[in-house]
Design a binder for this molecule. Structure first.
Ligand code: SF4
Length: 459
């Protein structure tokens, strides 16, 4: 046997036993399998977390969490039982090592961030922004981002069944926090969705619609079904992708009879019209892939949709090692039939520096996972460059590692550049976390913060 940096092992999935958690010691398998029960028992605050994890949870952790919520959190807390149960899956909270294990847990690190997780020196990059991808600037109608020539993103609603600490759409999604107020849609939902549909009918150049939010699992099923059915009636729409992290966070929902039969109706129509419907989910850690998640993904494939794909986010402390990423990809591919597709670099939103990786780290990770997975299931690592769009991490044009600035180009215009003759000639910048830079680079940024220079879309 040749010695390899990563050793593949087939692992059976296992649902962690929720009865180890004092608050759910009496919860039956029927209750656990109910989407309604899961939604009703989401953990929304520290008091509820204490009730679930019991008195053994260290006060140090609770105080750390409380401070984060007051001073740093850009997302409010909302974690379904299914996700809580995958944190520290092998220990009971009574175990003396539980709190330390909770601090180190990959899922906890992004779903329940605490103050000491964050950087004290540079909690935010100076050029971090609330809507860091400028999606709202590119709305063709409210909530419909037309950033690429042939595809659009439809933000149907601003809520999710779970809120992730690193959410890119923190500007819009979720409840306000003490440090972040949220943007509110002006049109009501039906007006907004109607305006999106009108735009797509009169814009035949768009062939691909990402139906997102938030999370489509929070839209009542009949409304989602009628929206997707409306898309299927537009002959120019050929690809429809439904974005739902809840396939992992709340698989019970995707296993309900209402959703399964509704998806079957949509898949049947889609096949008749030669349109592809896929589900895109967001799983960041192998321990999130449980038998229930696998069942939900397979149930969706059985309805006849084209595929279920994963778009994870690279997060320090969660999945910043090649073995963690490969374990995740194999769990998705082997057990849940979910296609590893993308890993995004974490976007430059406020207070995210402790999660973000540098471009060089992402390039190294892409290198390190090559050759283990089948080519068709080898995910691309992606930098979503403001005003440019998704770029494979090795597509960078030039890269100043000392200052942590990478320069990118593009080959199409977004709506905001229709009249900009330089849009395709310009270089657009992306920034590494400052704490990773050599001292000369860090001092450049300290100076730049003291005497800010005008910063545009590109250089
Ligand atoms: S599920 Fe997606 S949209 Fe919702 S909070 Fe998480 S990252 Fe944001």
């Amino acid at each position: 046997m040749i010695d390899q940096p990563y050793v593949y092992q087939h692992r059976e999935l296992a649902e962690p036993d929720w009865r180890r958690l004092p608050g759910w010691a009496d919860v039956t398998p029927q209750q656990w399998a109910s989407a309604q029960w899961q939604r009703a028992h989401c953990v929304k605050n520290i008091r509820q977390l204490r009730l679930v994890l019991g008195p053994a949870l260290d006060e140090r952790f609770c105080a750390d969490l409380e401070r984060d919520q007051a001073e740093r959190a850009t997302m409010s807390m909302l974690v379904p039982p299914q996700m809580i149960n995958t944190m520290v899956p092998a220990l009971s909270p009574a175990d003396p090592n539980f709190t330390d294990a909770l601090y180190a847990d990959p899922v906890r690190r992004y779903m329940i961030p605490v103050f000491t997780d964050r950087r004290a020196d540079w909690p935010s990059h100076p050029l971090a922004a609330r809507d860091s991808l400028h999606e709202a600037e590119m709305w063709a109608v409210e909530g419909l981002t037309h950033r690429y020539p042939t595809k659009v993103l439809a933000e149907l609603l601003p809520t999710c069944p779970q809120y992730c600490g690193h959410c890119t759409r923190m500007d819009l999604v979720g409840n306000p926090t003490p440090v972040i107020d949220k943007h509110k849609f002006e049109l009501d939902r039906d007006q907004r969705l109607g305006a999106m549909m009108d735009y797509l009918r009169r814009t035949p150049g768009v062939r691909d619609v990402v139906v997102s939010g938030g999370d489509v699992a929070n839209l009542p099923w009949p409304r989602l079904e009628s929206f997707v059915a409306g898309l299927l009636d537009i002959s120019s729409v050929r690809d429809i992708r439904l974005a739902t992290k809840a396939l992992m966070g709340l698989p019970q929902y995707w296993l309900t009879d209402e959703v399964r039969s509704g998806m079957e109706r949509l898949a049947t129509t889609a096949r008749q019209r030669d349109v592809s419907i896929a589900i895109h989910t967001h799983v960041n850690s192998a321990q999130s892939v449980t038998p229930l998640v696998a069942s939900a993904a397979k149930a969706m494939l059985e309805t006849g949709i084209r595929d279920v794909r994963n778009q994870g986010v690279l997060l320090r402390g969660t999945n910043d090692r090649a073995d963690q990423l490969l374990d995740l990809c194999f769990a998705l591919l082997d057990e849940a039939k979910i296609m590893p597709y993308y890993f995004y670099m974490c976007d430059m939103i406020p207070n995210s520096e402790h999660w973000r990786l540098s471009l060089a780290e992402a390039q190294q990770l892409q290198h390190d996972i090559m050759g283990y997975l089948p080519g068709f299931a080898t995910p691309r690592f992606i930098c979503d460059v403001p005003y440019v769009g998704k770029r494979w991490v090795h597509q960078v044009k030039r890269y100043d590692r000392e200052l942590g600035i990478s320069y990118w180009t593009k080959n199409y215009r977004t709506g905001v550049e229709a009249d900009d003759p330089l849009a395709l000639a310009r270089e657009y910048e992306y920034y590494d976390p400052i704490h990773l830079l050599p001292e000369t680079g860090q001092s450049y940024w300290r100076e730049r913060v003291r005497t800010p220079v005008a910063v545009g879309a590109g250089s």
